[in-house]
Design a protein. Structure first.
Length: 655
């Protein structure tokens, strides 16, 4: 912008200086021409006059006759423009002065001639001096100075000034016209062109494209600006559309990158030699390699294909495979590879999935399926509507039906087990409230054999809603368990009374004594022997004796606590462990036992009566000898019999 105004100012100044120079040069030239013309004309007249009177002037000069000189030169004074005539002798000394008007202009020496013979003297002096030598026979005999009056000079000056004023007015008008023309050109042409140049420069530099403001005129510049604005608007529209497309593509790329990075598979793009070109975030996670180092790897550095397919064949020929098992450099990882050819770019896309957890889950499901199929317990899975969805072979063996005959059928209709049917409402209620139910049932198998079973029903919630669930029924055959329990019971219990036998008593006593003194408390061992039992057995028979023993066992059990143990050792001898206890507690227990045993026993409309003598041994926490403890209690029992029967004798505790 500054350059534009500087150039404009220089142009204006140059134009004005040129016009002024033309004006001054023209006037100077005109004045000089007029001056030289007047001088020449007067010089010619003077020469002509002097040549006519040069002989007479010589004589007059010789005689110094001024009157004669005046008469000779009076012809010069007759010229109205001549104001003074002065005559110098041959030595340049003034001889005579003739003034028609009596005015005497300033005197000049002959040596000053050259200084007045200039354009400046002609313009500034009121008189014009002309010096003309008087020559006679080739010799200068004197000099005549003729001074023209200021009338002719002023007339000449007035003429020149008038011409100059006219020319100056013309010059001013010309300057005004030039200025107006310049302003018009500057506004109409230069300024729009500068704006257009700036806009084109911005356009070339790729800056914000805004064309110059359009002018109302329809001239060439206006049409040029309008065309440029149209071009910039079109370009702006194209760039706007292009930017929108680029933004849309950028959004699509961002979305695509986000989708690719969200994929849990490793997506790897390679060239035909296996060099990694691009990969997603999952690749870094699966192979435990940082992002900036991964592109330095070859895909063969990351994976090893287990099958006969060679990786270099896939790379060289662009082969496409699905779910090829591969092995990473980390042996614990199990991976699956899928390859696709990217035809447009000559690249290969590998999708690698870490199937370690999937394989482990499949293995767990496989193991669970094998457990389900090979379980000796019967397993039945019901949906929310009570329809059988799964059964294992143990159930089919129970009911004598194939799995195909059971699956898809209602449980209550396909398996006709009476006990479970009657208990089903309470089972469903328990499942709904607590999520589980268990109990023992006895049902018939397909051969009609009664089978004791332990049934357990669990709720399996499949989703977030706890009210939508399946049920699994686990049926355990207790036939062998019940038989083992029966045999174990016979081995450790008295068949007649149901009390523990001698073997069970010694086992429990040894277990109690083996406990650390820090873990067990003081307990008591009671040795009981019935009084009068031998008489009942001899008088009423062994059946009466057996009935007495059964009722005495029931009475003893009724007065003992849950942790206490009563055993029949032999005949009418019994032993009892009271744990934990002290002397006060065991005294109360012995009194209850004596009172309860002494109550009459009804047998075949007869009342039988027996008593009991009790020997008590309080066992300290440091005592360990079971035989000695039992012997002490037996000794105390015999002391009670000797003391009169029907009482309890305590054996003191050893320290």
């Amino acid at each position: 912008m500054l350059l534009y105004w500087l150039i404009s100012a220089i142009v204006c100044i140059t134009i004005l200086i040129s016009i002024a120079a033309i004006f001054v040069t023209t006037h100077a030239y005109t004045l000089n021409i007029a001056y030289q013309s007047a001088k020449k004309e007067m010089s010619e007249q003077t020469k002509l006059l002097i040549s006519d009177v040069s002989h007479s002037i010589k004589a007059a000069l010789a005689e110094k006759n001024k009157q004669q000189v005046y008469s000779l030169l009076v012809g010069l004074l007759n010229d109205p423009n001549v104001s003074l005539v002065k005559l110098y002798d041959q030595h340049d000394q003034p001889f005579a002065i003739f003034d028609l008007n009596g005015a005497f202009p300033p005197a000049h020496n002959i040596r000053d001639i050259s200084r007045f013979d200039t354009l400046l003297n002609a313009l500034s002096a009121r008189y014009l001096n002309i010096y003309e030598p008087i020559v006679y026979q080739g010799q200068r005999i004197g000099t005549v100075r003729i001074t023209l009056s200021d009338h002719s000079i002023l007339d000449l000056k007035d003429s020149i000034v008038q011409n100059g004023e006219l020319f100056l007015n013309i010059l001013i008008i010309l300057i005004v016209v030039v200025v107006l023309f310049y302003i018009t050109i500057e506004r109409k042409v230069l300024r729009p062109l500068v704006a257009l140049d700036r806009a084109m420069q911005d356009f070339a530099d790729g800056h914000h494209m805004r064309g110059p403001k359009e002018r109302g005129s329809k001239d060439e510049v206006g049409r040029l600006i309008a065309s440029f604005n149209t071009m910039t608007n079109c370009r702006q529209m194209r760039e706007t559309q292009l930017q929108k497309r680029l933004d849309a593509l950028e959004q699509q790329k961002t979305f695509s990158d986000a989708v690719i990075d969200a994929v849990q598979y490793a997506l790897i793009v390679t060239d035909n030699e296996g060099r990694i070109v691009h990969c997603n975030v999952a690749t870094h996670t699966i192979f435990k390699i940082s992002a900036h180092n991964l592109t330095k790897y070859n895909i063969s550095d990351l994976i090893k294909i287990k099958t006969a397919i060679k990786l270099n064949q896939i790379l060289a020929h662009g082969l496409e495979y699905d779910d090829v098992p591969i092995q990473s450099e980390k042996k614990e990882q199990q991976l699956s590879l899928t390859s696709r050819r990217l035809t447009d770019h000559g690249y290969l896309l590998f999708a690698i999935q870490d199937i370690t957890e999937i394989e482990e889950a499949i293995n767990r499901e496989r193991v669970a399926g094998r457990v389900f199929e090979n379980s000796q317990d019967g397993l039945v899975v019901l949906n929310g509507q009570g329809i059988i969805t799964m059964v294992n072979p143990a159930v089919t063996r129970f009911v004598g039906l194939d799995a195909e005959q059971l699956i898809g059928q209602p449980f209550l209709k396909s398996i006709r087990w009476r006990k479970l049917h009657t208990m089903m409402p309470s089972i469903i209620e328990s499942i709904h409230n607590y999520g589980t139910w268990q109990g023992e049932v006895i049902e018939k198998d397909h051969n009609g054999r009664l089978i004791p079973m332990f049934a357990k029903v669990n709720r399996i919630v499949k989703g977030e809603d706890p009210h939508v669930y399946d049920m699994v029924i686990i049926l355990t055959d207790l036939s062998s368990v019940k038989e083992m329990e029966r045999l174990e019971h016979l081995a450790h219990h008295d068949e007649l009374t149901g009390l523990a036998n001698r073997s069970k008593f010694h086992i429990e006593l040894d277990k109690l004594l083996q406990q650390s003194s820090y873990l067990r408390d003081e307990f008591a061992v009671l040795y009981l022997d019935l009084d009068g039992f031998k008489g009942i057995n001899d008088t009423h028979g062994h059946d009466a004796g057996d009935e007495v023993l059964r009722q005495v066992a029931e009475r003893m059990t009724s007065v003992t606590r849950h942790n206490d143990l009563i055993a029949r050792l032999s005949g009418d001898e019994f032993a009892m462990i009271v744990n934990p206890t002290d002397q006060k507690v065991v005294t109360r227990v012995t009194k209850k036992l004596i009172a309860k045993v002494c109550e009459p026993i009804e047998y075949k409309n007869e009342q039988l009566k027996v008593g009991v003598s009790i020997g008590v041994k309080l066992v300290g926490v440091k005592e360990r000898d079971a035989l000695q403890i039992l012997k002490s209690a037996d000794t105390a029992m015999y002391q009670a019999k000797k003391a009169g029967k029907g009482q309890a004798i305590f054996m003191r505790q050893e320290s």
